[in-house]
Design a protein around this ligand. Structure first.
Ligand SMILES: Cc1cc2nc3c(=O)[nH]c(=O)nc-3n(C[C@H](O)[C@H](O)[C@H](O)COP(=O)(O)OP(=O)(O)OC[C@H]3O[C@@H](n4cnc5c(N)ncnc54)[C@H](O)[C@@H]3O)c2cc1C
Length: 564
């Protein structure tokens, strides 16, 4: 048994993955988290009355190669956490009038036996090929309904297919200096195309046309050209999935139990306040309760805004912060509001059904919504008079709304709720029994802000509107073209970094990016101790059928030959 000690700060997905993988290998792990529960930005919440809500919609993609296999080994009663994932009924793209342009139905998959797996292996590439042809045919036709010329839709699809056929090195060489707007030659396209693309990537994960091209192109291709079956043994999972209950109940509570079972010491409600160094090494971490934690290795899995503040405060000149100092990532807002409903609306019941993901494509605040609660959450106690909760996530706080003609950051809470409902085309206001705005979003008088700002948690603040500011404690960092992302390994040899801002093959901040950064940090730690332990943490090459992998591998050979 290896008893090397590791201190991990930050109990979001990145920190939890690192803790799990290291504890499984016999490390003695101490996990410190600021909040009173684990999960970070992905945890679900409770209103003041104790009613369950999600932080927002929470979508898992079938290609989450690091996260899903971990969920497959966390027990939850008589099954595993992965069994709590279900396929949403459908995804809809609609406008502010509630009119639906695209309606994608999803099927719940069944587990495959070995014979079916074998047949799947042979026939799935053919099925995927046919699917792509179908999409090529249907996508331009559907886009025409929102005024996008057919040639632009076909061009857009071909551009992404061409991108998918390139190996990663070539993608990097050709597009790393480009924004997504440049990649799509957006200047020469129709206004409708511009609007569709910019809202689509923003609705998915707060990305913008100015965000770097590679991440956005991967995001768009993954969502539009989504194919079945990526992870071996998990082929039954749908292209996209949601939890059958609030994330904390279905994922983080069982995960916390699993960590305790592995021997991880979890310290909740404590904040990392300072980092002490000695001779280019970390000597200790000091927490808000006065604890001084010393260890062989330290993993910092806190958000980028927190890391930046810590580094500045503790003058850790040895951490490579080229990202932060030279080429700051664009911090974007993505938050949510929850509306408790007494019943489902009748008039536009198709777009506000439980388990239907609704991308409100021309909403100025780039909204995506989903109805949760009764009908989609299993065995979750909802208040009898309001069994449904409509969760609306917005990712554009700067555009002017349609009701008050103000950006979200200039609105009061009531104005935000009114705007959101209007922009979603939700007309039955009498069904809305109560609402709740994200705890991570705070509206504050500027005078109060000026007094308190140095003592507030790390945050992103808006400009002043009518003497007030809005603050978010959970911004997402999106890379700009040519940006060098932070690495897991810092220049201090016993300090490792993890979190959604760390470089992995996923460029856009998601739960998978966070999980993969946690796995990489764990592997670095293990590597220092014993490379054979690191081998056990290595990502198994689980790619089963990746529709473009054959062509990508071929292109990789050509690329190596071209630039050898
Ligand atoms: C509204 C919204 C919707 C999203 N939807 C999706 C989705 O559908 N699918 C998807 O894949 N991804 C989604 N994401 C992205 C995903 O949730 C995040 O990328 C991921 O959860 C980040 O995990 P993390 O561990 O890197 O960071 P975090 O979750 O931010 O975890 C960091 C942890 O560090 C703790 N911490 C901070 N400061 C300190 C301190 N000083 N001391 C101790 N602890 C500290 C925090 O409390 C937190 O728990 C969404 C994000 C948002 C904001």
């Amino acid at each position: 048994m290896n008893a090397k000690k590791v201190v991990i700060v930050g109990g979001g997905i990145a920190g939890m993955v690192a803790a799990t993988l290291l504890a499984e290998q016999g490390f003695k792990v101490e996990l410190y988290e600021l909040a009173n529960e684990l999960g970070g930005k992905a945890k679900s919440l409770r209103t003041k009355d104790g009613n369950p809500i999600e932080h927002s919609h929470r979508v898992y993609s079938k290609d989450y190669k690091t996260l899903l296999p971990i969920l497959a080994k966390i027990p939850d009663g008589n099954h595993y956490v992965i069994d709590n994932l279900i396929t949403p009924k459908k995804a809809i793209i609609s406008n502010t009038k509630g009119e639906i342009f695209i309606n994608l139905k999803f099927r719940q998959r069944k587990q495959l036996n070995s014979l079916e797996q074998f047949l799947f292996c042979i026939f799935q590439p053919i099925v995927n090929g046919i699917k792509i042809l179908l999409i090529m045919f249907l996508f331009p036709y559907k886009m025409k309904r929102i005024g996008i010329p057919i040639r632009e839709s076909i061009w857009c699809l071909l551009k992404h297919i061409q991108f998918l056929m390139m190996c990663e090195e070539r993608q990097q060489k050709l597009f790393s200096g480009q924004s997504y707007g440049e990649f799509l030659c957006i200047e020469n396209k129709s206004d409708n195309f511009k609007q569709f693309i910019s809202t689509y990537i923003s609705v998915l994960v707060a990305a913008r046309l100015e965000t770097e091209a590679i991440g956005c192109a991967r995001l768009f291709s993954n969502s539009m050209l989504t194919m079945r079956g990526v992870i071996k043994g998990l082929e039954h999972l749908g292209g996209i999935m949601i939890m059958n209950g609030p994330t904390s109940e279905r994922l983080f509570n069982p995960w916390q139990k699993y960590l305790i079972h592995l021997g991880v010491n979890i310290h909740l409600g404590v904040s990392l306040n300072s980092i002490e160094t000695e001779k280019n090494l970390i000597k200790s971490f000091t927490f808000s309760d006065g604890t001084k934690a010393t260890s062989d290795h330290y993993i910092c899995a806190v958000p980028l805004v927190v890391l930046t503040d810590l580094v500045n405060k503790c003058s850790l000149a040895n951490i490579d912060l080229s990202l932060i100092n030279v080429n700051e990532p664009k911090m974007e807002w993505s938050n949510s509001a929850q509306f408790f409903l007494s019943a489902l609306p009748n008039n536009n019941a198709t777009s506000f059904e439980p388990g239907v993901l609704n991308l409100h494509i021309n909403s100025p605040w780039d909204i995506v919504s989903i109805v949760q609660g009764k009908g989609i959450w299993n065995n979750v106690e909802m208040p009898p008079d309001m069994p449904y909760v409509l969760s609306a996530t917005f990712s554009n706080v700067h555009s002017h709304g349609v009701v008050f003609n103000k950006p979200l950051i200039a609105c009061s809470e009531t104005e935000i709720f009114e705007e959101l409902l209007t922009q979603m085309g939700f007309v039955d206001r009498d069904l809305v029994m109560s609402w709740h705005l994200d705890y991570e979003l705070i509206i504050m008088e500027d005078s109060e802000y000026q007094q308190k700002k140095d003592n507030l948690r790390s945050h992103l603040a808006s400009d002043v509107y009518d003497g007030k500011r809005m603050l978010t404690y959970a911004p997402l960092g999106l890379m700009r073209p040519n940006q060098k992302p932070l690495k897991t390994v810092s220049k201090i040899s016993n300090l490792y970094l993890a979190g959604e801002h760390i470089d992995t093959q996923y460029r856009i901040p998601t739960m998978e990016k966070a999980a993969e950064s946690g796995r990489r940090a764990a592997m670095e730690v293990a590597n220092q101790v014993n490379p054979s332990i690191a081998e056990a943490i290595k990502l198994q090459d689980r790619d089963f059928i990746k529709p473009f992998s054959f062509v990508q591998n071929l292109d990789n050979l050509v690329y190596q030959w071209q630039f050898r």
